[in-house]
Write a protein that binds this ligand. Structure first.
Ligand SMILES: Cc1cc2nc3c(=O)[nH]c(=O)nc-3n(C[C@H](O)[C@H](O)[C@H](O)COP(=O)(O)OP(=O)(O)OC[C@H]3O[C@@H](n4cnc5c(N)ncnc54)[C@H](O)[C@@H]3O)c2cc1C
Length: 384
């Protein structure tokens, strides 16, 4: 019996493994990862400075401890190079192959990388896992000013964390306001004011064109003519689902690896969840969808076929200087924002033409208190 094979030991891979083991203590389980397999909670990465945590403090369990807990074989530092669904087999980069009865792709997403002119374009840091984070912490250790490309959710969280650690932060992006893809203008401006109050400077409506070495740091030349100097440059411009393995094996792929309500890909016996998956057309690179997907898939793999259901899943943006909770409306939704100032922030509700709540953005300590009440009124993202 080949059992269940999970590729990826991020939150998706490990959450599924735990849920499934709780239902099936006997069938063989193998996890393969190209990293060290340490269990950590990725959202902690963008708040660790403020909490005074080192990268090592973020490791909750080693791969060995996870293998024991899950009664599983965990192959670390072992990239998978190809899927062969017709033979129910995967090929590893070192030439070995692994057979499976059921395969789960929990491959995560790749940070988007922009290319820049200049002799220091390759010095741009990105943080999408613990290994990246170790590099980032080493790079900023002696640095007083950090340039941060990308005023989205992750960018704002890092700006908050760096500012809270006493560093000057310059945030650059083409957006008209921070969190531009998630919240309306007034909410973004409230977040901007909150972060500016801690010394963060925003350069919006413009982009970085060149990055050159300058003394022991870097000079960034922006399209609007501004030159900035910083000791480190961090890019947080978004992530893209890892689809190459699936595409190479002929599985249906769009923005992510296409799966149905049962998390089943287009190949028999192959499933996907987490940041790599596009579930019924939706790519939702957050923790809450992973928890719901893992519960449903664990049941399915244990023989009780269960579709995934997504309730409304607001996301807390960890900008402690100006708290934010967002439940973005579906991008195709028809409607408009209704924005009311509350304290130093705003309560913004996205309403359809009939007045039905389809999303919200709450910013500031007073406004975020409405989170539960508004969440109750939101429609589920994927219903029964
Ligand atoms: C800084 C930061 C802060 C965040 N904050 C929040 C937050 O506050 N709230 C929230 O909801 N979400 C947040 N997110 C998003 C959330 O962390 C992710 O949605 C989630 O962690 C994704 O988990 P995953 O298991 O799908 O992917 P990953 O954690 O990326 O895991 C992918 C796994 O696949 C393995 N892998 C990939 N390719 C191969 C291969 N070819 N062979 C073998 N192994 C392979 C990798 O080694 C890894 O083990 C944040 C993300 C970041 C980066």
């Amino acid at each position: 019996m080949s059992g269940v094979l999970i590729i990826g030991t991020g939150l998706a891979g490990y959450t599924l493994a735990r849920e499934w083991r709780a239902r099936d203590p006997h069938t063989a389980l193998t996890l393969v990862t190209r990293d060290d397999g340490a269990y950590y909670t990725k959202p902690m990465l963008s708040g660790a400075l403020g909490r005074g945590q080192s990268p090592g403090d973020l490791v909750q369990r080693t791969a060995e401890a996870m293998a024991e807990e899950l009664d599983a074989r965990i192959l670390t530092q072992t990239p998978v190079s190809a899927l062969i669904p017709d033979e129910r087999r995967v090929r590893l980069q070192d030439g070995r192959t692994l057979d499976y009865d059921a395969l789960v792709l929990a491959l995560g997403a790749e940070p988007i990388h922009f290319s820049y002119a200049g002799d220091a374009a390759d010095a741009v840091l990105m943080v999408n896992d613990l290994t990246d984070y170790v590099r980032f912490r080493q790079a900023i250790e002696e640095v007083e000013r950090v340039a941060l490309i990308g005023p989205g959710l992750i960018g704002c969280e890092f700006a908050n964390d760096l500012a809270a650690s006493g560093r000057a932060v310059e945030v650059i992006g083409p957006d008209a306001w921070p969190l531009g893809r998630l919240v309306p203008e007034a909410a973004g401006q409230a977040v901007q004011r909150g972060l500016e109050g801690a010394g963060v400077r925003f350069h919006l409506g413009t982009v970085v064109q060149r990055i050159d070495r300058c003394g022991s740091g870097y000079r960034l030349s922006l399209k609007d003519g501004t030159d900035l100097e910083a000791g480190a440059v961090l890019s947080a411009v978004g992530v893209r689902p890892r689809v190459d393995l699936a595409r190479g094996a002929g599985l249906a792929v769009q923005q992510g690896i296409c799966v149905d309500r049962h998390l089943a890909t287009s190949a028999a016996g192959v499933y996907a969840l987490g940041d790599c998956a596009q579930v019924e057309g939706r790519v939702l690179p957050y923790v809450a969808p992973i928890r719901h997907a893992a519960k449903a898939l664990a049941r399915t793999l244990a023989g009780e076929v269960t579709p995934v259901r997504y309730p409304a899943m607001p996301v807390q943006v960890k900008t402690t200087l100006h708290p934010v909770v967002v439940a973005p409306p579906d991008p195709q939704a028809e409607g408009a924002w209704d924005v009311v100032p509350v304290g130093e922030g705003v309560k913004a509700r996205f309403l359809d033409p009939g007045g039905r709540l389809l999303g919200f953005a709450l910013t500031g300590t007073e406004a975020v208190k409405a989170r539960q009440e508004l969440t109750r009124d939101l429609p589920p993202i994927l219903d029964e």
